[in-house]
Design a protein around this ligand. Structure first.
Ligand SMILES: C[S@@+](CC[C@H](N)C(=O)[O-])C[C@H]1O[C@@H](n2cnc3c(N)ncnc32)[C@H](O)[C@@H]1O
Length: 159
């Protein structure tokens, strides 16, 4: 169970899957008091989470097709609202999901959900558009609907 707040206080993590939660915006040097939770962000989140999407994209089947064992480290690169992040989280209960987005507002949205304690294996992280800051090890880098220059993507996933 996590006991900490957005301020970055210590956590008690009985999964040992991830280190204590720290604010990903502070970590990226972003002053969250300067962020303006403008209406467009909420609209964009609603758009990404729209119900018709599941009908044609079948996100649960997409995650199932990854055939994850449940212990992997998965990166959701360009995670947006976390449409896939939280599905991936359920697919790796003994693993972890690193959700990366270049938009701090998206990262904050996910971080807020993580702070509820319901998603103990998810961490959100701000990534630079040309360098997402991938972890040193990942079993899977999941990308959906993100325009990344191919050349850069090859560099990102290179061991
Ligand atoms: C269309 S949304 C898709 C979100 C999510 N993957 C999904 O399927 O719902 C694209 C997201 O990718 C992020 N993004 C775009 N370029 C990026 C980059 N170079 N690095 C990290 N995130 C990026 C955007 O900020 C946006 O949140």
């Amino acid at each position: 169970m996590f006991l900490e707040s957005d301020s970055g206080a210590e956590a008690a993590d009985d999964t040992q899957a991830l280190p204590a939660i720290e604010c990903p915006l502070s970590k990226a040097g972003i002053d969250k008091t300067k962020l303006k939770p403008f209406e467009e962000v909420e609209d964009y989140i609603q758009f990404l989470e729209r119900s018709d999407r599941a009908e044609w994209q079948k996100p649960d089947l997409v995650v199932k097709a990854l055939a994850l064992k449940g212990t992997e480290t998965v990166v959701d690169l360009g995670c947006g609202s976390g449409y896939f992040t939280f599905r991936l989280s359920k697919a790796v209960p003994q693993g972890k999901v690193i959700a990366i987005d270049s938009q701090p507002e998206m990262v904050r949205h996910i971080h807020r959900k993580v702070l509820t304690g319901e998603w103990p294996n998810v961490r959100a992280q701000v990534g630079e558009p040309d360098d997402p800051g991938l972890p040193s090890h990942a079993d899977c880098v999941f990308v959906c609907d993100v325009l990344l220059p191919y050349q850069e993507f090859v560099v990102f996933v290179k061991p």
